[in-house]
Design a protein around this ligand. Structure first.
Ligand code: RAM
Length: 910
């Protein structure tokens, strides 16, 4: 008998150092049963639920002996399940999962915040790494040892020369003014009897380094600091060693480190951490105690950041100027590990980039941001590391205090020829579990899917980022539109919860959601750029759209509850703005507002649709006064509509009714203002038509007219998409849902610019920010790693392969399987590991009966599907009545296409 699997605590696979006293537990029930009827959880701390009659397999709050700092328990679960004939059987016990809490109270800390006490601070981007070291003697190796550590900056911890743990860029990125993660490590195996050394290397990181488009520095403070506590248990008793002024500060081989600029290392300055003592070595001094907050300290909500993949070069080319250009064949986020250095005292420079210039060398020019302080000027792209060798054998350079977006590295100043094994690319990201797949008979679509996945992998380090080079910023709009795709392919629950905590922390007093989270607030970042653009529709709405998608993916309504207040505050800002302000142009036209105008959100800064292929170039200053009411009011409606559904999910019936009324009123106002008498959108653009349909702004009587208008706009553009940032994810679904599946496939298969396949054909390995990221001549433009346009692959999952959730379902309780073949595809398959277990769908279409234009799908469709325990699936095949099936493996086949086919649905359940 199988057992429950995939045990999680707070959605995490690894639950070390949690700051939650009643962690919520979940598991995946055994496969191939009709459903779970009961469970029993047992832990090694005496907690035993006994048999609980329940079909729930998630969100079960810990209910054992009260947990506090350092508490640990191992839990396991067994379930009772019924088969389709109603027989109940007990499962085996699952494997057990350890859960350990961190330090929950400021009073747990005897360690003090200590700082290197710099006499002079170098300019941003050029600041060195410091070592903070302490030695101590133990009579015997401890039976149990934990290290708790965090920093204002980035820290790496070493005990007796060995790196502690495999996490990277710790303590990670959060909104530091309110939240700072503490890592908890089991370090028992690293300590020995006798002399021991604990050493941290501390650099600027997100806390003090340059960051984002504007390259502001010192955003959270002007001093780096470190806080740690080593807790040892042995027969002799308990010993705590915390950071304090007895720790010594010394220089390190890290001459400078900055997340944007890069890292410079001089191994001649390498300090092995072997017990420096003040006065003996030059420059060694006592650490300085700094007042630092303990209130912001917390544990992990998301999986840690790690090197999750390593890539070997696909080519190494020596240019005439001596530079060696390494191509890893794949654009990623991270760094390289270089095992071939110059001779003693020789410096090798590494320039990281996503593209090559005409000279065959790495170019970074397209990644340079505007310098908002000097109009017309550009800032440096950064992404440069240097390493000076000491000559010690086995020296390896790995710049773990910076990160880059790159496919290519130009290695300069190295006389010897690099061999492939000398240089490795390390993908650095939050260690998210993959839960979704897609494959089909068209290799270009498979490649498109692949580059979208790689774009996400390159933009999921600590927080969802827009791009891993120029900005590395947690833009709200980008995650809002990509999260449905990401949540299908990866378990992003903890990652999203962690980010939402920052979004809430960064919310302004007036309810505005900051464009970027984490961010330190409008007072710190470049006021001109970051200040006035906050509060944009489509970006701020992430506070509603993102929790909603996380809820749909997991069925966990607590994510909605956590964000409910912030959603209401955002809606309050939007509503007040709509009700109290009128666009100047409108006021000039008619001094007295029409009734519906109080529902129009037409003032304030909006990015608008943003980056339409034929649209105007981005002009943030013009957007301050432009009338973007057609976009903003659409999001006002969408957010209100989602909040009505969220209120229902939270059991808030009165709020749900109010919100639904408001949502209807906004919809009517939008239609009054932006549809003409024939039902066409007055500001004609593909994006506006798409939104009219996707957000149900056009009533049923107008949907045909808007659809016709959309189709005309697409045809007028030579069957090209014309949507920008916000509407692109909805374009193909809207067409498919309104009778134009064939056109959706034409756009998908379009391979002249702008199109997804033009990217594929030009060799993209990640999704570009612009449709001409590499233009026809091969020249790069802007970021080559922005996942937003990649949200199109959700169409492949939900329409092509045909797997989606039923309306009203959350956590994949009720599934719809409806393959919508097209574009001559002869097969497609997808899988998704939902909370109840893996769901798989695969279909093949016999090729002998394909329609003459290859765009119609005449043939025999054979479908196989696996439906997990406790769920149902509605199977919708072309021209067939719906069939509802339960858990298990199912095979269907049906003739498809045209009016001629009235075949029988053949079905077998294995
Ligand atoms: C760019 C970002 C991001 C987008 C904003 C509005 O700077 O790269 O993708 O959300 O603009």
């Amino acid at each position: 008998m199988t057992a429950p699997a995939r045990l999680r605590a707070e959605h995490l696979r690894e639950a070390m150092g949690l700051a939650v006293r009643e962690p919520r537990l979940s598991w995946t029930p055994p496969a191939a049963t009709a459903g779970q009827t009961a469970y029993r959880i047992m832990a090694d701390n005496g907690w035993d639920t006994g048999r609980i009659a329940s079909a729930e397999s998630g969100g079960i709050a810990y209910g054992g002996p009260a947990l506090d700092s350092r508490s640990r328990f191992d839990w396991r679960v067994r379930t009772w399940n019924v088969d389709s004939d109603g027989t109940e059987t007990a499962s085996d016990w699952s494997e057990s999962m350890p859960v350990e809490l961190g330090l929950l109270h400021p009073s747990d800390w005897t360690g003090q915040w200590i700082s290197p006490g710099e006499e002079a601070v170098s300019p941003p981007g050029e600041r060195p790494g410091y070592a903070l070291t302490r030695t101590f003697t133990l009579p015997a190796a401890p039976d149990k040892a934990r290290a708790y550590a965090t920093a204002h900056g980035i820290y790496e911890l070493f005990i007796n020369g060995q790196r502690v743990g495999d996490q990277q860029l710790t303590p990670g990125s959060t909104s530091y003014n309110t939240t700072l993660q503490v890592q908890a490590y089991d370090v028992t195996a690293l300590l020995t009897a006798g002399l021991n050394t604990i050493r941290a290397v501390l650099t600027d990181g997100w806390y003090r380094g340059t960051f984002g488009y504007t390259r502001d520095a010192d955003m959270y403070g002007t001093h780096t600091a470190f806080l740690a506590q080593l807790e040892l248990e042995s027969e002799a008793g308990r010993q705590v060693i915390g950071t304090d002024p007895s720790w010594l500060v010394s220089a390190t081989e890290v001459i400078s480190a900055d997340l944007m600029a890069g890292q410079r290392v001089d191994f001649r300055a390498y300090d092995t951490g072997s017990a420096p003592s003040a006065g003996k070595a030059p420059g060694v001094r006592a650490a300085v105690v700094r007042p630092g907050s303990f209130g912001a300290l917390t544990g992990p909500l998301a999986p840690p950041t790690r090197v999750t993949e390593e890539l070997a070069p696909v080519s190494i080319t020596r240019l005439r100027n001596g530079h060696q250009v390494v191509d890893f064949g794949q654009n990623i986020h991270g760094w390289v590990r270089l095992a071939a250095l110059g001779g003693p005292g020789e410096t090798v420079t590494l320039e990281y980039g996503e593209a090559l210039g005409r000279d065959g060398d790495v170019t970074r020019d397209h990644l340079r941001p505007h310098d908002f302080r000097v109009p017309g000027a550009f800032l440096d792209a950064g992404q440069v590391d240097t390493v000076t060798a000491s000559g010690a054998p086995g020296e390896v350079f790995e710049p773990r205090h910076t990160s880059h977006g790159f496919q290519f590295v130009s290695v300069r100043g190295l006389a010897t020829d690099l061999r492939p094994r000398d240089v490795t690319a390390c993908l650095v990201r939050t260690d998210l579990e993959r839960i979704g797949t897609f494959h089909c008979s068209d290799e270009r679509l498979n490649k498109l899917h692949g580059i979208v996945e790689w774009s996400f992998l390159g933009n999921s380090c600590e927080v969802p980022t827009d791009c891993p080079q120029r900005e590395k910023a947690g833009w709200t709009g980008d995650w809002q539109l990509f999260v449905p795709t990401a949540a299908y392919l990866y378990d992003v629950t903890g990652f999203t919860r962690k980010w939402l905590r920052d979004v809430r922390a960064d919310q302004w007093d007036n309810g505005v959601i900051a464009n970027i989270s984490p961010s330190p607030g409008p007072a710190i970042t470049s006021a001109e750029f970051m200040g006035f653009t906050n509060g944009s529709s489509g970006w701020g709405d992430a506070i509603v759209m993102v929790p909603w998608e996380a809820y749909l993916a997991t069925g966990d309504a607590s994510i909605l509850a956590e964000n409910w207040d912030a959603m209401n505050r955002w809606l309050g800002f939007v509503r007040t703005t709509a009700e109290t302000r009128r666009h100047a142009a409108r006021a000039t036209q008619a001094p007295v507002p029409a009734d519906h105008e109080k529902y129009l959100w037409d003032t304030g800064f909006h990015f608008g649709e943003w980056m339409e292929p034929d649209g105007p170039g981005p002009d943030l200053f013009a957007s301050r006064t432009a009338d973007n009411g057609i976009v903003a009011t659409a999001y006002y409606r969408h957010t209100t509509d989602l909040m009505a559904r969220i209120a229902r999910a939270l059991g808030l019936a009165a709020e749900a009714a109010d919100l639904a009324r408001l949502s209807d009123a906004i919809r009517d106002a939008w239609a009054t203002e932006y549809l003409d008498e024939s039902g066409r959108v007055t500001v004609a653009s593909q994006a506006n038509c798409v939104r009219a349909l996707a957000f149900q702004l056009a009533g049923t009587e107008h949907r045909a007219a808007v659809t016709t208008q959309l189709v005309e706009l697409i045809r007028d553009a030579g069957t090209h998409l014309g949507t920008g940032f916000l509407a692109t994810p909805y374009l193909l679904p809207v067409l498919a849902d309104h009778g134009h599946l064939g056109l959706a496939y034409e756009l998908l298969m379009q391979d002249s610019e702008p199109s997804w396949l033009a990217m594929v054909d030009r060799g993209a390995t990640t999704v570009w920010e612009l449709w001409n990221g590499l233009d026809a001549g091969g020249a790069p433009h802007q970021s080559l790693n922005h996942y937003s346009k990649g949200a199109v692959v959700s169409f492949l999952h939900r329409y092509t392969a045909g797997l989606r959730q039923a309306p009203g379902s959350a956590g994949w309780n009720r599934i719809i399987i409806e393959p919508r073949p097209g574009a001559g595809l002869t097969s497609a398959a997808t899988s998704h590991q939902g909370p109840h277990g893996p769901i798989t769908v695969a279909w093949t279409l016999s090729t002998d009966a394909l329609g003459p234009d290859e765009m119609t799908a005449d043939g025999v469709l054979t479908l196989t599907a696996d439906i997990p325990s406790g769920t149902t699936a509605e199977i919708l095949l072309p021209g067939q009545p719906a069939a509802v099936v339960g858990p298990g493996h199912h095979v269907f086949s049906a003739a498809t296409g045209g009016d001629t086919a009235h075949p029988e649905l053949m079905r077998s359940t294995l």
